[in-house]
Design a binder for this molecule. Structure first.
Ligand code: PXP
Length: 241
């Protein structure tokens, strides 16, 4: 059996519910603490350009209270780089961002944007932050991530989660190949997007996979079962791989 896969819970959608009414509740920082108590290995938050869920003050408060690992997801912009350098999360995951998308729809085009990404990766690395690239599982993106000095990649599982049957299996094989390739390149491997209790098992069993970032489905489960049980059930689904 390979090493335990870490579960990072993305608390963005607690902030989505809060912001829908402009209240102070539910607080994503309280949610993060409950996730940690339930066994989460880290907390993920995505500060979007339009601040539609997590806002700047949440990131500061999360930094002050998260005791595990804080994974700060952001677009590769100078504004976000500077926030990351001030807040000092353990991990920054660079993601693509388009204002009109409902959620992060594709991976970052590291191969196509290497020149603009490299200085951001370098600045964050120099500050002692682990830098990860959220990418589609292709050789070109993995090689480019390595080339610009990223420490890790997060493989985009959105395709896998949308497909069914044979096509889903094929995408899983593509993810498997990417895990092997990333490992050969010396990159740490994470995965995420669209994962649920029901589809996480085969992803958690991929070789060299160290970490999963899971948000929407887990927070949706929490609406019905509570956050503690939602984290524990996800943990159990990961461990059942
Ligand atoms: N990983 C990354 C890079 C993401 O952008 C997101 C969504 O914010 C997630 C993981 C979590 O995806 P989901 O909310 O579908 O579990």
């Amino acid at each position: 059996m390979s090493a335990r896969v870490r579960l990072h819970v993305n608390v963005d959608h607690v902030a989505t519910v809060r912001n829908a009414r402009g209240t102070r509740y539910p607080d994503p920082v309280t949610a993060a603490a409950l996730c940690e108590l339930a066994g989460a290995d880290g907390i993920t938050c995505h500060l979007r350009e339009d601040r539609r869920h997590i806002v700047d003050d949440d990131v500061v408060r999360l930094r002050a209270s998260v005791n595990t690992t804080l994974n700060f997801e952001c677009a590769a912009t100078v504004e976000m780089r500077d926030i990351a350098l001030r807040v000092r999360p353990e991990l920054v995951t660079l993601v693509p961002e388009r204002r009109e998308e409902r959620t992060t729809e594709g991976g970052l085009d590291v191969a196509g944007q290497a020149a603009s990404l490299a200085p951001i990766v370098e600045a964050l690395s120099r500050a002692g932050i682990i830098v990860s690239m959220f990418v589609a599982p292709t050789d070109a993106q993995l090689a480019a991530s390595r080339q610009i000095g990223a420490h890790a990649v997060e493989l985009h599982t959105g395709e896998y989660c949308h497909l069914i049957g044979r096509a889903m299996q094929d995408e899983l094989e593509r993810l498997r190949g990417a895990c092997e390739r990333a490992h050969e390149l010396g990159l740490r491997v994470a995965a995420g997007h669209g994962l649920t209790r029901h589809n996480v098992g085969p992803v958690a069993a991929l070789p060299h996979l160290e970490e999963l970032n899971i948000g929407h489905a887990l927070i949706a489960d929490a609406v019905f079962f509570g956050l503690d049980r939602a984290v524990r059930d996800m943990r159990a689904a990961i461990d059942a791989r």
